[in-house]
Ligand binder design. Structure first.
Ligand code: 3H9
Length: 702
């Protein structure tokens, strides 16, 4: 079947696009549209309607064609043909008109949309800018400020708002085709001149050149903070400046030049990789297509602390009721108060109405009795991180829960197989590892035990999608994918401290690299007591080399637990939580170095960066060779969505390929010589790929 069809409906020619799943502008679609528009110029039609079959209007350029040899017509060329049509073209939008999809609609002469439709220019999320006239047409319709907001955030807006800012002409109810035909007939009856956006001027009324100069300067400053390290947002501003100050065709040239620059930038390659990695991570290798999904209508959560409460919010936010279990009425009340505080914060930010917040909290029922979990379809345990306690909880669940219920643990380290063995139904046990704050963080690490059934794994993937999380599947090992790698990253941060760096040196290097926060600032946020308490339950051998935690222990013993006590690796202003350097910390570090017989000396930024990132990467390779992660891109998803790794570097494993595996392997070998083999042993897979001259991407695709 052809992806484009053309048919006369009375006086109107209807161009229908059908390129599932999202009508991306593949080469076939572009040439089909061009042929239909060309054909319509000489037929009996008086106007044309452009619309899409399936779930959505065009969702953008076909990202899978990026980086391949160009095939004509390009999208900008096609849009010139569309806009030049002598007959008016009406775009009829449903679903999402995104990127090149919205740009196509903007090259039409009129736009109508269903109320449920959304429009947006998300190119910035791929490290790009709208490259088919969007940067020049949008400001001509909406003015400069709205155009800047739309393109630099990449966030879609609803049809009503699009109408409000002038991006579309009409919101229509009911059947989209009938409404679009009516609109086309109105246009014909009015006999108005064709409305080509290229002919409009950007609105400059009531504003001066100084106003715009200041607006662009302020905007650039904000972008530098908000999208630290990213190039595309700044190039978008440049394009919009061109739209304001130059004729349309000149502006298009600026847009093209900067679009090509973005396309050739490693940041865009990394973000394109993340786009597909995010979608790939929900696919489970070897899962039979006919795997049945379980119906999840009622969810039980054990533990109403920070984690349990956050997890509960995820479910009630999408209309799934929750029973929250705590050990006492007081603990339950504390949990509910915490949830109420979280919702109040969302309301105060204007992101939720008071009514909705109340409605959601009413969907949480508290209990102290395990029997109230008998009918739950899914129970998630979020109690203290201790294997014995978790095993006791699962034994109780095994006694009360109905057969077929999924029994999940939110453990971040413990052995899911051992937890499963404390029940008579290990096939129903799985790890669902949320990240704090659980109502905000996007990652859900799904930990498959040796006996977990396909049904339970597939349902867990579906649960992740329904609560809007990004899943990544892990096999069982200490810390799974994320925390296992993090131990090595944190180890190097501690060793750098001991050997010569300060917390601010290390944090600055990692923040400049693009991490959301440096490792020591994260330590203060999470609480220095967390690691200390986790170590208490370990043998000396499990704890590892004392040099990797002696500074943290010393701070703990001084009562410096991080932000919550106003001091940790830094000191914190009690009112603003602003952090500052505390000279005491350097004294603590120097004392520990002396105790350990370590002579402190300057460590370069380059070495800090390599020690921390290569520690992550080397462990990532071990995780792959052991089959803990399904594929390298899943590890990237874990780090980008759970640990603040800059998406514009593509996650640690994609980053490894951009640096070159040979360089990483040789540096790891050097580190083994310099810092000790107890910390650095190159992963066998890393060595193998270097010997074979392959990249990790080649290995993953082989
Ligand atoms: C652009 O337009 C550049 C222009 O300015 C200039 C050009 C010169 N291409 O997300 P889903 C696939 S840049 C190729 O799970 P949902 C996706 O990989 C583009 N494939 O569905 C997945 O495949 P699979 C600007 C695409 O309902 C399947 O479709 N546009 C594209 O949760 C389903 O996707 C964007 O950035 C694409 N453009 O969400 C929009 N889009 O089944 C990107 C999707 O094999 N897309 N696929 O895993 C989206 O944001 C979401 O897909 C959308 C649907 C909201 C549309």
């Amino acid at each position: 079947m052809s992806v484009v069809s053309y048919q006369l409906e009375g006086d109107i020619g209807v161009i229908r696009l059908n390129n599932p799943p999202v009508n991306a502008l593949s080469h076939a679609l572009r040439s089909g549209i061009q042929d239909a528009v060309t054909q319509a110029q000489d037929d009996a039609s008086l106007a044309l309607v452009l619309m899409c079959e399936g779930r959505t209007f065009i969702a953008g350029a076909d990202i899978s064609e990026f980086g391949k040899p160009p095939m004509l017509p390009s999208l900008p060329e096609l849009l010139i043909v569309l806009e030049a049509s002598k007959k008016p073209i009406i775009a009829a939008i449903h679903g999402t008109a995104l990127g090149g999809g919205l740009e196509t609609a903007l090259a039409c002469h009129y736009r109508c949309a269903l109320p449920s439709a959304q429009v947006g220019l998300p190119e910035v999320k791929l490290g790009l800018l709208p490259g088919a006239g969007g940067t020049q047409r949008v400001p001509r319709l909406t003015g400069v400020k709205a155009a800047l907001d739309l393109m630099t955030t990449g966030a879609p807006i609803a049809a009503a708002q699009a109408l409000n800012i002038g991006l579309i002409d009409k919101v229509v109810e009911g059947d989209l085709l009938s409404a679009a035909l009516d609109f086309a007939n109105e246009v014909i009856e009015q006999g108005a001149e064709l409305k080509r956006v290229r002919d409009l001027e950007v609105d400059k009324t009531a504003t001066s050149a100084e106003y715009f100069a200041e607006l662009f300067t302020d905007y650039r400053k904000t972008l530098s903070k908000r999208f630290r390290g990213q190039e595309a947002p700044h190039r978008i501003v440049e394009c919009i400046e061109a739209a304001l100050n130059t004729p349309f065709d000149e502006g298009l040239k600026v847009e093209r030049r900067l679009f090509v620059e973005c396309m050739q930038s490693p940041q865009s390659w990394a973000l394109q990789h993340m786009f597909f990695a995010q979608r790939m991570s929900s696919k489970v290798k070897g899962l039979p297509k006919d795997t049945q999904l379980k119906d999840i209508k009622r969810v039980g959560i054990i533990g109403g602390g920070l984690m349990g409460g956050g997890i509960a919010m995820n479910f009630v936010n999408v209309g799934i009721s929750v029973t929250l279990l705590e050990i006492s009425q007081e603990a339950l009340q504390r949990g509910k108060d915490l949830i109420a505080k979280n919702y109040a914060m969302t309301v105060s930010k204007g992101k939720l109405t008071v009514e909705l917040a109340t409605q959601r909290q009413d969907m949480i029922t508290g209990t102290t009795d395990y029997h109230d979990l008998a009918d739950m379809d899914l129970v998630i345990e979020a109690v203290f991180e201790n294997l014995d306690i978790k095993k006791q909880v699962f034994a109780k669940l095994d006694n009360v829960c109905k057969q077929g219920a999924i029994l999940a643990s939110n453990t971040s380290y413990q052995d899911v197989n051992l937890i499963a063995q404390s029940t008579s139904r290990p096939q129903d046990v799985i790890g669902l590892h949320f990240f704090s704050p659980a109502n905000v963080m996007k990652l859900l690490e799904i930990v498959r035990g040796d006996e977990t059934s396909n049904e339970v794994v597939a349902t867990s993937m579906a649960i992740a999608k329904s609560i809007k999380k990004v899943p990544a599947l892990s096999r069982v090992c200490y810390g799974f994918i994320g925390n296992r790698m993090l131990r090595h990253y944190a180890r190097e941060a501690q060793l750098c401290l001991l050997e010569g760096s300060t917390p601010q040196d290390i944090d600055a290097v990692m923040q400049n690299f693009g991490m959301a926060m440096g490792p020591l600032a994260v330590g203060d946020l999470a609480g220095i007591d967390i690691g200390y308490k986790a170590r208490e339950g370990l043998t000396d051998e499990q704890k590892g080399d004392v040099r990797t935690y002696c500074i943290a222990d010393a701070l703990y013993e001084m009562g410096r637990l991080g932000q919550k006590t106003g001091a940790g690796y830094y000191q914190y202003d009690p009112d603003t939580r602003q952090r500052s350097v505390d000279p005491v910390v350097l004294e603590v570090i120097e004392a520990q170095a002396k105790k350990m017989g370590v002579e402190r000396k300057v460590i370069s930024d380059k070495t800090i960066l390599e020690r921390l990132t290569f520690a992550l990467i080397n462990e990532g390779f071990k995780i792959l060779e052991e089959g803990i992660a399904q594929r390298p891109s899943d590890i990237d998803v874990v780090y980008a969505f759970g640990y603040g790794f800059p998406a514009y570097r593509g996650g640690p494993m994609f980053y490894a390929d951009t640096i070159g595996l040979e360089k990483i392997y040789h540096t790891v070998c050097e580190f083994a010589d310099t810092y000790g083999e107890e910390f650095w042993q190159p992963a066998a897979l890393l060595k193998q790929l270097v010997e074979e001259g392959k990249t990790l991407t080649q290995w993953a695709n082989s």
